[in-house]
Design a protein around this ligand. Structure first.
Ligand SMILES: Cc1cc2nc3c(=O)[nH]c(=O)nc-3n(C[C@H](O)[C@H](O)[C@H](O)COP(=O)(O)O)c2cc1C
Length: 438
């Protein structure tokens, strides 16, 4: 089927490369070059942006120790800071956006606003910030707190944090820099204003000491799942990214976010919603199915997956017997939405079955296994049904390999383009304008 082009983002993190498989990358990704090449491939394929997920601690959620995380290089460790990597990528690309994750728990607002402004200038208006509030006690403890504040409080604080940042981003009027050589004036001081933000949790005098960046403020991404998180996302995000259960769940999420965005006074089309997927691609459907089955079996797969889901939910899944259903409906102060999808409460499935269903702990809103043409068709059908805006693509098991990226950029994307479902060139320079375009 032919349809209207949708948006594509790539979801990854500054973590270890593929080091165990047949097509391992053979090197250390820590100088960032591996990711720079990844971004170049994604730019060739006209992706809207590459998003760098991030966390601020080495998890000990699985079995009360960091062992599984360090052994498998999974979950949160080792993980490097995404912002310098984004700067490297900007130096080696000219179109693709890069979205870095930064937590309202970690950065004082002034530092974050200054960093975003600097990054967006370096990027020529292609920088995005994925707003997170952090969801782990250990992250909170890395910043001197005893434990993570409750979710509701985290969002109350984040709301105030945003108001403070908006004030700082707007502390320079768009035409403050005049660079008047005749009169000898670089910036007009009457157009740079203190902010004097005084909140319950944050205070900042301002103004920023960086010039206003091309986008004014970075493109904002957010992935709220709880009612309060969804309200926050609908109010602030240019692009909401989500993990939902199947077509029904995706549609419910979209309708809810759009209703909340309208209630918050947002203009129609101002908020885009993109769904996390992890397609499994092969030369034939049989090959893709075989690949899927192989990737989702074995003891290492089980341990890796349980460790990953433990780190995301801050729940110790090592404590539960593998071949029995979970003892009750679990809740968390961490990522409840991901937990809900994982635990399939009421299904009666054993923990082992839940792990297999979750495809290596990497949630995919819908199962997409097949040839590039088959998967492109399924993606088009999903968007036609949901009326959605696009997808955030990751690899099954969150494995960073060149092969997995190329299967998408040089296999799936051409199949989408053939159907008119994906653009073939970049039109807008600023990331926000690109996302706003239909
Ligand atoms: C696609 C996606 C990406 C996310 N990336 C991050 C991330 O990089 N760092 C982080 O701490 N949380 C991340 N989260 C968690 C969200 O910020 C959010 O906390 C989660 O969806 C649960 O929603 P809630 O906070 O409303 O409970 C991500 C969630 C999703 C669905």
């Amino acid at each position: 089927m032919a349809g209207k082009p949708f948006h594509l983002g790539w979801f990854t993190n500054f973590t270890a490369d593929e080091w165990t498989g047949t097509f391992e990358t053979g090197g250390m990704p820590w100088d960032g070059k591996f990711y720079v090449e990844m971004a170049q491939a994604l730019e060739r394929a006209c992706f809207d942006f590459l998003m760098l997920e991030d966390k601020l601690a080495i998890s000990e959620a699985y079995g009360g120790t960091a062992e599984a995380f360090l052994k498998h290089a999974v979950g949160m460790a080792p993980k490097h800071d995404p912002v310098p990597l984004a700067a490297l990528i900007f130096g080696a690309t000219s179109q693709i956006g890069v979205v870095a994750t930064m937590s309202t728990l970690g950065y004082p607002p002034f530092l974050l606003a200054r960093l975003c402004s600097t990054m967006d200038s370096i990027a020529g208006g292609r920088f995005g910030w994925n707003i997170v509030t952090s969801a782990e006690n250990l992250s909170a403890q890395n910043f001197g707190l005893e434990k993570l504040p409750a979710r509701e409080l985290r969002y109350d604080m984040a709301e105030e944090y945003m108001q403070c940042c908006y004030g700082l981003f707007d502390s320079w009027e768009p035409d403050a820099v005049i660079r008047d050589r005749v009169r000898g004036i670089y910036a007009d001081h009457t157009k740079v204003h203190p902010v004097n933000f005084e909140g319950k949790y944050f205070r900042s005098r301002g103004p920023l000491n960086t010039v206003r960046s091309p986008q004014g403020r970075p493109t904002l991404l957010q992935a709220g799942g709880s009612p309060k998180g969804r309200a926050f996302a609908a109010k602030h995000a240019d692009c909401v990214i989500c993990i939902a259960e199947g077509i029904e769940g995706m549609k419910e999420y979209r309708d809810d976010i759009l209703a909340r965005a309208a209630a918050a006074g947002r203009a129609p089309g101002g908020v885009k919603i993109m769904y996390l997927i992890a397609p499994v691609l092969g030369e034939s459907e049989g090959e893709a199915r075989e690949k899927y089955a192989k990737a989702n079996s074995g003891d290492i797969f089980i341990e890796r997956s349980l460790a990953l889901i433990s780190s995301i939910t801050d729940i110790d899944f090592k404590a539960y017997p593998l071949d029995q259903p979970l003892p009750g409906h679990l809740t968390t102060n961490g990522e409840q939405g991901t937990l809900e999808k994982f635990q399939q409460w009421g299904s009666g499935k054993t923990l082992r079955q839940l792990v297999v269903d979750s495809s290596g702990g990497t949630a995919s809103c819908i199962e997409l296994v097949g040839t590039p043409d088959q998967v492109a068709e399924m993606m088009g059908d999903a968007m036609a049904t949901i009326g959605g805006d696009g997808f955030l693509i990751t690899t099954p098991g969150q494995v960073n390999s060149r092969r997995a990226t190329l299967e998408v950029t040089d296999g799936l994307v051409p199949a989408l383009q053939k159907r008119g479902l994906m653009r073939t060139s970049y039109e807008q320079k600023l990331l926000r304008d690109r996302l706003r375009a239909d």
